[in-house]
Ligand binder design. Structure first.
Ligand code: ADP
Ligand code: ASP
Ligand code: MG
Length: 407
């Protein structure tokens, strides 16, 4: 007997047949005597539909009303799964975020979990009742419904597993684990039986949408044993997130991630003097923009230079607006921007011990004639900004260059 949290993503609950299939998977655990909490996403495509409705009515809608609308997808699935479970003789009830309660910050649309009162859930689980929980949603300090940002059901599941002191959090999805890269663009990607929390954190934040970044942060911080596995393939063992020490073979590169959600801004001929970076990035921070990569050229005449940085594509117009408002304080000649760029990253804890890893990346991209626009590195990753049209080519070439292809 164990206490487990199972999470099912949108494709896993896309229609009534799949919901029945999920109910059967849950029933197996209940019959084994496991105390089982199930976190569900909205049915595939539902959240996109709800988001587009809100945007269509008004692009500048109130984020609190956005949350009321988009949280509805998970409410429907939770109710349906509870009904499907009861229909096969499993005692189950649905739980919305506020009923638990799962409390969040007040940042509507991308709230963070601040606390989960597990008392009620705990009581019901110990009586053998399955808890079917609507993922992605909680209640904000203003007592209104909040949501956790796209992909947020992963975070609901891991946080609830931690609050319930569950033995395991199983994330069921439409692939059978974490691969060396997105198996949808590289068919030769390989399943990784284990991935270190640190690596998964980089992979998620650099674009691998298989887990929401915040869910990995919580798993790492609270040591939640997370497994990623397939809803549709009962044979597959999936991938276990673990500590770095538990990985025997540390290859220089474990995985490759990419993100198309990138835009590039260049300020031409800014003064090459102290205080200019602060004059640029201060107003951006005030506008709530997250700046990612930054590169400043060496000034040729010691007086003026160019500076390029990247932001998320959805924040491009807000960023340009902030820069234009600060034009006088910055003193640039002109601004150019581009949204047809993408970021490709190589990730691996083994990088710490292997010199020359980045060089292989640069050579591989050069051989394919792909121009690198910006580079950024950390201890366990190297990211490059390239023209978006070359993303798939770059990911495939790097996957082969680092010997990640399946035999
Ligand atoms: P769910 O609806 O179950 O939450 P998601 O669509 O959010 O599923 O995440 C699963 C998808 O993540 C896969 O279908 C796959 O295309 C994508 N993905 C991106 N990178 C990876 C990776 N390295 N390993 C596995 N899947 C990945
Ligand atoms: N349904 C939400 C989304 O699509 C949350 C999730 O699926 O994790 O973003
Ligand atoms: Mg997801």
């Amino acid at each position: 007997m164990a206490r487990i949290v199972m999470k099912f993503g949108g494709t896993s609950v896309a229609d009534l047949d799949r919901i029945r299939h999920v109910a059967a998977l849950v029933k197996r655990h209940i019959e084994r005597g496991d105390e089982t909490a199930v976190v569900v996403s909205a049915m595939a495509g539902e959240t996109n539909k709800l988001v587009s409705w809100a945007r269509e009515l008004s692009p500048l809608h109130d984020a609190r009303e956005y949350d009321v609308v988009v949280a509805a997808g998970e409410q429907i699935t939770a109710g349906l799964l509870a009904i499907a479970l009861s229909a096969i003789g499993v005692d189950a009830r649905s739980w919305l975020g506020w009923q638990i309660p799962l409390r969040t910050s007040g940042m509507h649309g991308s709230a963070r979990i601040v606390g989960i009162d597990a008392t009620l859930l705990d009581e019901r689980l110990s009586k053998g009742q399955a808890a079917v929980i609507a993922g992605f949603q909680g209640v904000a300090p203003d007592d209104r419904i909040s949501t956790l940002g796209r992909g947020g059901s992963d975070t609901s599941a891991v946080a609830i597993a931690s609050a319930l002191r569950a033995d395991r959090c199983d994330i069921y999805t439409d692939v059978d684990g974490i691969y060396t890269t997105d198996p949808r663009i590289v068919p030769r990607a390989r399943l990784l039986p284990r991935v270190a929390y640190e690596e998964m954190l980089e992979m998620a934040s650099l674009g691998a949408k298989v887990l929401q970044t915040r869910s990995v942060e919580i798993a790492m911080l609270y040591q939640v044993p997370v497994r990623v596995l397939s809803t549709f393939d009962a044979e597959s063992e999936g991938t276990l997130l673990c500590d770095e020490e538990d990985i025997m073979e540390k290859k220089p590169v474990t995985g490759i991630a990419y993100s198309r959600d990138e835009a590039k801004i260049t300020l031409h001929r800014i003064p090459d003097q102290p205080g200019v970076a602060a004059a640029i990035f201060g107003p951006l921070a005030d506008a709530g923009v997250n700046v990612d990569m930054i590169v400043q050229n060496v000034s040729e005449d010691g007086r003026r230079t160019d500076l390029t940085f990247t932001v998320s594509r959805s924040e491009l117009s807000r960023s340009l607006d902030a820069i234009e408002k600060a034009a006088a304080a910055i003193g640039y000649r002109d601004v150019t921007s581009a949204a047809d760029v993408a970021k490709v990253s190589i990730i691996g804890i083994g990088m710490r011990a292997h010199p020359g890893v980045a060089q292989t990346m640069f050579l591989t991209l050069a051989e394919k004639g792909i121009n690198i626009q910006v580079i950024s590195t950390s201890e366990i990753k190297v990211s490059v900004l390239i023209p978006e049209e070359y993303v798939e080519l770059a990911v495939r070439a790097l996957h082969s260059a680092y010997e990640l292809d399946a035999e």
